[in-house]
Design a binder for this molecule. Structure first.
Ligand code: HEC
Length: 118
């Protein structure tokens, strides 16, 4: 983080962009989602901005997810599909290398809120 931004965070956290604000039309709590991403260890296979993890990634970086048109090569990119994918990748692609991690609906919604904000 840049020194000026740190300084602004102390004074005006919301204005300096330190408190995540969901993207328009997106449900869920991105801050809680960021914590959930680490609890399920998604960062062990994906590069996720501001979540320290592995340096050898199996899955694609999730840094530019909000700009993608298609998820996992098959799904239209929207929040509902992102939640479906996170909860059960094999339901969409039985050959996917991403495991079903038993993510609850609430956690998946919050994770998607964080990922779509990036
Ligand atoms: C064991 C490694 C592994 C773990 C753990 C993992 N993933 Fe994945 N993930 C993958 C792989 C591999 C793909 C590509 C799968 C495909 O296209 O079939 C993928 C694809 C994705 C995609 C679609 C990305 C794109 O480029 O379209 C999203 C979103 C995603 N993962 C989110 C998550 C989240 C959230 C978690 C934590 C709940 C998670 N992943 C945990 C391996 C993993």
């Amino acid at each position: 983080m840049k020194p000026l931004q740190c300084f602004l965070c102390l004074l005006l956290p919301a204005l300096a962009g330190c408190v995540p604000v969901p993207s328009p039309g997106v449900e869920g709590d991105p801050l809680r989602g960021k914590i959930a991403l680490t609890q399920y260890a998604c960062q062990s296979c994906h590069m996720i901005p501001a979540v320290p993890g592995s340096k050898v990634y199996v899955g694609r970086p999730l840094s530019d997810l909000s700009k993608r048109k298609v998820l996992a090569g098959t799904l239209e990119n929207n929040q509902a599909n992102l939640v479906r994918w996170i909860r059960d990748p094999q339901a969409i692609n039985p050959h996917s290398a991403m495991p079903n991690m038993g993510v609850s609906e609430r956690d998946a919604i919050d994770m998607s809120a964080y990922l779509l904000m990036l």
